[in-house]
Write a protein that binds this ligand. Structure first.
Ligand SMILES: Nc1ncnc2c1ncn2[C@@H]1O[C@H](COP(=O)(O)OP(=O)(O)OP(=O)(O)O)[C@@H](O)[C@H]1O
Length: 745
């Protein structure tokens, strides 16, 4: 158990009134919060009267578990919950009064919008007492937004055209931003909303000159969208926070009742609060007999600007509440070098509360900045490093590979799968979960084992007529006849009813024949180009639907799919070339073998390497961290174009500064996850699918700020050499005799 140091102890024993704990990275915020809860309980405060709020379920769970350890068996439990869970409870408690008036389904067709009308016609809106509302996820929000726009047009063709022309995703994003500040179109009215929308829109993306012409449209969209939610009886994330807090504000007795339930409120990662959350909590604290509100946070780690949070919330709280301020500056996590350089880096931000973090952990050298020819070389290098370090005794869970964009996850995961390194991905897909790759792999599996009904099931979306019923039948036929392949099984269950499915199965057989006659090193490409495989046709259709309103996104998605298959082929080539003569005789078996992935990525708590976006790794720490693209345009993200902005209007300058500072904070969060070793990789060019979104020259501006220069990576790892293969548990592709790969029975 952690013994609190003097400063942490002061936090734990804070007496009464508002408090602000300004803590640097790795300064033991969690330990201090647990310590404080413990002291409160020991001083007689029932744990149920302590409200502990965090931002992620993971953080809430960790807090509960650590408290449980501290309290010991049979001790008190603390109620740590996320903001959304807390607001959700209030929502459910008062649902019939909180939820917005729902609209009767039969009135839907009559709703007309006039753009300047800020309420839907009241006579058409009726309360549905007894109805429950459900909550939208992100995909659901987009769906409702599109439906809201469609409803404005009588002619469906006109509606689709309008959707294509409108930039509604950005409207939705601006709307969300406004919601995070507590606004609703219905309540604010056209004039107020329009002005605020202009600003919200502008903060999201646009410059001074561009914003005026869009204002009216944005307001109109908000009214449509809000009405649509009421028609569909749904609420979104913004509603889940705003509706309960709005209700409490308008109902002092309910607010007082809630406020009297708690003696203490503690907010972890307080820098991540958006304005609506902050205002809600501030009001709740004011309604308490004593505002016992403690915010614990680090403005340098505020990285959710895109969701409406701002690093200035801590300063704002300090100005308004005049709280007792505690500083935790000793970093217990990282070496002195990491702490010093990372602090020097983030100090380039102008708008921050100055801090003096320090560490007493000494190591000789803990940051390594390496130059590589391409990003592919980086991936191989990291893989090789992990294999070697693990062979030397380091557990897999001591490593993390952190990236700015989700696009990097699949690339690195592909190599880890190949070298049997167990991993877990936070935020994003593994390479083998991309549909195009998954389908290509399923064909390879079926080619090597014609009885593999799981592979056939994976292909089912491509196969007209092949549904669950048919697959169950086919599977049963396979089970009953151990000598059958999938084609014989299909013959056995042929019937009029499943004629289409049967045709599809014959096409699969044809595709496999074609694939087996083609070059195995272009398996992915062949799968894409050969029409009978159904992959291209299916994905083109799916993407056309998904990006119906955005042609360039559609083109980019299809290109990315092909690039993924190109990357897949590159890996196949490597696998074949590295195989011994016997293995190389069965290249398709080698391809199928690459898909032994499941066991490698389940079970979050096991011994596995963490692959994560910076946003998904907040609060975590690892012995060794790799950042595969420590270069602009990845870190910092392309938004920071580094051009001279001094001639721009002041508002635009401010916006760009804010974005630049947020980028630097993201980098800071990534760097400060490392305890002992930090590897910063600088590729000279991008050759993987990640290159799609990266245009512009590659530079490494943050290395200068860290006071580092990249040196050539100490060993060439473009391809695994035999020595490494010998230490690695490389997938043992020992081919089993296969009679005739794709006979299908
Ligand atoms: N008093 C202490 N003595 C020894 N180790 C400590 C102490 N306080 C914290 N630590 C250790 O320091 C590390 C960082 O702590 P913690 O994760 O709570 O930091 P944090 O402030 O939440 O960091 P971040 O904001 O960067 O996520 C943990 O490994 C923790 O066990």
């Amino acid at each position: 158990m952690i013994i609190l140091d003097e400063n942490q102890h002061r936090v734990a024993s804070h007496k009464e009134g508002p408090a602000l704990v300004l803590a640097g990275a790795g300064a033991g915020k969690t330990a201090s919060i647990i310590g404080r809860t413990l002291e409160l309980v020991e001083s007689g405060v029932p744990s149920s009267r302590i409200l502990l709020l965090t931002f992620s379920r993971k953080a809430a769970r960790e807090m509960r578990e650590r408290a449980m350890m501290a309290f010991g068996e049979g001790g008190a439990t603390i109620q740590a919950s996320t903001f959304h869970a807390f607001c959700g409870r209030i929502f459910r408690q008062y649902e019939s009064v909180i939820r917005p008036p729902l609209i009767k389904p039969q009135a839907q067709g009559n709703i007309a919008h006039t753009g300047t009308d800020n309420t839907a016609p009241s006579q058409k809106i009726q309360e549905h007492q007894g109805d429950r509302v459900t909550q939208l996820d992100e995909g659901g929000q987009s769906h409702i937004a599109m439906e809201a726009i469609r409803r404005q047009y009588k002619d469906p063709k006109e509606a689709e055209l309008a959707l294509k022309e409108m930039d509604w995703r950005k409207w939705l994003s601006a709307y969300d931003r406004l919601r995070s500040e507590g606004y609703t179109a219905q309540a604010q009215g056209a004039a107020q909303m329009t002005t605020d929308f202009i600003n919200a829109w502008w903060r999201v993306e646009f410059t001074e000159a561009q914003k005026d012409p869009m204002a009216g449209d944005l307001y109109q969209f908000a009214v449509w969208y809000e009405t649509e939610k009421r028609l569909a009886h749904v609420i979104d994330f913004g509603d889940l926070i705003n509706l309960p807090f709005d209700f409490l504000r308008a109902n002092p007795p309910a607010m007082a009742k809630l406020a009297h339930r708690y003696d203490q409120i503690i907010i972890d990662e307080a820098q991540d609060m958006d304005a609506a959350q902050y205002q809600g909590i501030q009001r709740l604290a004011r309604a308490m007999p004593t505002p016992n509100l403690m915010l614990v946070g680090d403005d340098d780690q505020s990285i959710y600007g895109f969701r409406g949070s701002s690093p200035s919330v801590l300063q704002y709280f300090a100005d308004i509440f005049r709280p007792e301020i505690y500083r935790l500056e000793r970093n217990y996590r990282s070496t002195r070098e990491i702490v010093q350089r990372a602090s020097q880096h983030v100090a380039h931000n102008r708008h921050r509360i100055p801090k003096e973090p320090f560490s007493e952990r000494e190591t000789e050298e803990s940051i390594f900045a390496y130059r590589h020819e391409t990003d592919m070389d980086v991936l191989y290098w990291i893989t090789r490093r992990l294999l070697q370090a693990h062979a030397d005794g380091a557990p897999w869970s001591s490593f993390a590979v952190l990236y700015r964009s989700r696009r990097f996850g699949p690339q690195i995961s592909a190599l880890l799968v190949r070298y049997r390194i167990p991993f877990v991905i936070y935020g994003g897909l593994s390479f083998f979960e991309y549909l195009e790759v998954k389908f290509a792999g399923a064909y390879a599996r079926l080619a090597t084992n014609p009885r593999d009904s799981a592979a056939l099931r994976d292909l089912a979306p491509l196969l007209p007529g092949v549904g669950d019923r048919y697959m169950d039948l086919l599977h049963a036929a396979l089970m009953e006849n151990p000598t059958f392949g999938f084609v014989q099984a299909a013959e056995a269950c042929a019937s009029n009813r499943f004629r289409t499915a049967h045709q599809s199965i014959l096409k699969v057989q044809k595709t496999l024949r074609h694939l087996l006659q083609s070059n195995p090193e272009t398996w992915g490409k062949t799968c894409w180009e050969y029409e009978n495989s159904g992959i291209r046709v299916y994905l083109e259709k799916a993407d056309a639907k998904e990006y119906a309103d955005d042609k360039s996104a559609l083109i980019a998605s299809l290109k990315r799919r092909q690039d993924n298959l190109g990357f897949f082929d590159q890996m196949i080539t490597d696998v074949i070339h590295e195989a011994d003569a016997e293995e190389a005789k069965h290249p398709v078996l080698l391809i199928a073998g690459m898909f032994v992935t499941d066991a490698q990525k389940k079970d979050e708590d096991g011994d596995r390497v963490v692959l994560a976006t910076v946003h998904a790794c907040k609060g975590l720490e690892f012995d060794e961290v790799h950042i595969p693209g420590f270069v602009q345009p990845l870190m910092p993200w392309p938004i920071d174009d580094d051009r001279d902005i001094t001639t721009l209007p002041p508002d635009d300058q401010q916006r760009i500064y804010a974005q630049r500072e947020e980028e630097r904070r993201i980098s800071y969060v990534a760097l400060t996850r490392a305890k002992h070793r930090l590897f910063l990789h600088v590729p000279g060019r991008f050759v993987t699918a990640a290159n799609l979104m990266l245009n512009g020259a590659i530079r490494a501006p943050y290395l200068n700020e860290l006071g580092l220069t990249a040196v050539p990576a100490p060993f060439q790892a473009a391809r695994m050499d035999t020595a490494v293969q010998a230490t690695a548990n490389v997938i043992p592709f020992r081919p089993k005799p296969v009679e005739e790969d794709c006979r299908g029975g």
